[in-house]
Structures are given as structure tokens and as C-alpha cells.
Design a protein around this ligand. Sequence first.
Ligand code: SF4
Length: 464
Amino acid sequence: MTDDHFFSDRKAAYYTLGCKLNFSEASSIGRSLQEAGYRTARTGEVADVVVVSTCSVTEVADRKGRQAIHRLARQHPGAQIIVTGCYAQLKPDEVASIPGVSLVLGQNEKGKLLEFLKLKNVESGIRNYPEDDSHAQPIPDSSKVRVSPLWGKEAGEAVFMPSCSQGDRTRWWLKVQDGCDYFCSYCTIPYARGRSRNGSIATLVRQAEEAAAQGAKEIVITGVNIGDFGKTTGESFIDLIRALDGVAGISRYRISSLEPDLLTDEIIDFVARSRAFMPHFHIPLQSGSDEVLRLMRRRYDSALFRQKVQRIKAVMPHAFIGVDVIVGTRGETDEHFRQTYDFLRSLDVTQLHVFSYSERPGTAALKIDGPVPSAEKHRRSELLLALSAEKTHAFYASHIGRTATVLLEHQKRGVPISGFTENYIRVEMAPSPTPLKDNTLVHVRLGDFSADGTALKGKEESEQ
Ligand code: SF4
């Protein structure tokens, strides 16, 4: 009996929280279950297996994970509920104790979810695992937890789980790197995802080629600390992007995020003259105060950050630059925040991604004096969000009347088809005499703002 036969007409449900990397990995898990014969449960159907991919970026994320598990256990009575992701890695026993949870898989184990599922099925009598299969080590009934420590010699090297998946929209996500060795004082990611590791350039190029063969036009390069690429293979990020640029069929790459100290002039100059890397950057600043950056144990100062932004704008004047910033970290005074605000106001960036600091157990930041009250965090956050809206509006407005190429995305019912320009401006298309299809590139003239102000209106000039 084949796996396909065995798993036919079995239903799986998925729930994912957190970052793009989590979504990319969850989508790879979904694909492996689908290849094994599972179909996605429709709304109202009771699934046989529920996969919950958790996040632990804040206390709120942990709570959302717990609430989701309770809800899914009610919606899918009798299902095997398998929980993975950062919250599962950091607090496996807490997760295992939630009623309904069948199995907790750590970051090193989630790529083998199907194998664990088969083993669990042995225990529940659903299936006889093939006798000659060397993986067949039944899990003791008492244990729901399969989490290896990601740090510590006894655990060995954390494994790199490859993942290249199609998002909901036109975009594909290629995970090139995982983990982080930086240990910024406020961050739990090194504990939740382990040390920095990566796939090889040859494998990643092959994955991009396979995505292209399946129709992918745009790939977002994801990871935790992408610029640190190459730790495990002795390669470098610049060589990776040079190799990916040569993959035929992929018209667009976006780099999800690069630490300022790793965003070299060489990378910026390469993007500016590359075939397919878009003029679109996402750089975490976190604070515009050098004192706060030191408390955060970040590896750059505001002068270096400014220099990177200036370099990008010198060679790509229309580049979109998104910036992450955290408000209300311990020790951030009114004066520090004012420095951050003034610094960001003076920078030629496009959008701010504003996060409120959240205390995470086990982080060095807990030892810093001067916690910021939540009302004050909220006030600072609102000020930066207003600044962000102003900057994005000005960036969009400066493009009215220009031409651009838009990659059209899947059209939602009742709204005009839309897509993004090379430099990440969202464009809502005017009705066209020829039907507009998703995943195609169209040459457009950019008009005024759309009715809700979140996009520019676009009119097709000629198909490319
Ligand atoms: S660079 Fe710092 S903030 Fe980013 S994942 Fe690594 S430790 Fe966390």
C-alpha cells in the first residue's frame, strides 16, 4: 500500500501566526501533507490533522497561539493537533499541556512532520508502518514533545529546513537562511530558531528554477538574518544574489530584510544594476538613538544607517525603503524617542514598521532599568505611524504621472485587479479592453490615488 493510497481522503487544517518565514515553512508542511494524500479541510469540515505554526515575538503572540489551539480543538474534535514554531520551541511543556495537543515539534523536527504523523498513526492503530522503514521508532505514549535544544553541543548543529513556497498571492517565498547569532538584547529569536545556518547556493538556485518551471515570476528571499548567509556553507550573500539573478523565468526578486551592518555597498550597487532584483529594501533600524542602539546591542549606529539609505538613494533614487522601528524598549527616555523621531523624519525612507517593545523571558533587556508605561509606548507608536503615513503618501504622490511595470496579483471578488510596481507601489488597475490576468507583467501609467488612498490608479499602456 502506498502512502498516497493510505492517506487518501484524509483532511488537514492549518493555522499559522507570525513572520513570513513561518508562513513559508507552514506552506511547505502543507505541500508535504498534500503530496501524502491529505486535502485541506473545507470550512465546517472536521480535519483529521491540525497543524498550528506558532510565533513568540511577543507575549501577545504566545496568547494568540494558545487561544488558536483551544479553538481548533473545539472545531476539530478527535483531530491530531500538532503544534510547531517559535512558541512551541521555547515553551514545549506549556504547549503540550494545552488540552487537545497531540504532538509538539521543535524547529529541528518540523520538517519531518509527516514521519511523526505516520508514527503517531502506528500508535493509534490507523496504519502499519512498513517493516523495513528505518524511521519507524514509535513515540512513547507519555511523550507529546519532540523539541531539540537549538543551542548546546549535545544537540549538534541545528538542521536547515529548506522551503520554497507560493504565498496566497503571486509571490513565492524562498527561505535561504535560518537562525541568528546576533543576540540583540530584546530578542528571543536566537533561542527560538537557533544558530545561523543556510542552504547552499546550488540548492537554492535549483529551488528557484523549479519555482520558475511552475510559473513563478516573483520570489521574495526570506530568512531570519539573511545578510549572514553563508555561515554553514562558506558562501556569501552577494554570491547568492548574483547566482539567483541568472535564473531564467524569474522576473523579480525582493530581499525581505537586511541588517544595516550587513547591507554592504557591494550589495546595494549590485541590486542597482541587476537584471531582476527590485529597488526595494527593508532595513531594521529599531532606534534612531545611538544610546538605545547600544542598549539593544545592535551592531551599527545611526550614522551608518544614514549612510546606507543615502547610498541606496544615490544609485536608485526611486527605491522603496521600509524601516523597522521599536518603541518603548527599556531605557528609552523621551529624549531618546525624540532623537528617533527626528532621525526618521530627516531620512528619505518610504514606510515605517512600528513595533511596541514586549518583555520576553530570558532576554538581556530585562536587566535594563527604565521600563516604559504602555500608554507611553502607544503614544510613541502613534506618532511614528503618522510619520510613516506621511512618508508613504509623499512617495506615492511623487510617482503620479510616471510609467511603471506592475506584476498583477490574484483578483479578489468585487475589487479591481491590482499589483505592485518594481518599487513596491500598490496599483489598482482601471478596466482594460483586454482581460487582465494575474501573474502577468503589464506596463502602466500611474494616475491619482485610489478611492481608499492605499494605492495609485493604473492604466495599461502596452503588455510586456
Ligand atoms: S539580528 Fe537581532 S533582532 Fe534580528 S533576529 Fe538576530 S538577535 Fe533578533
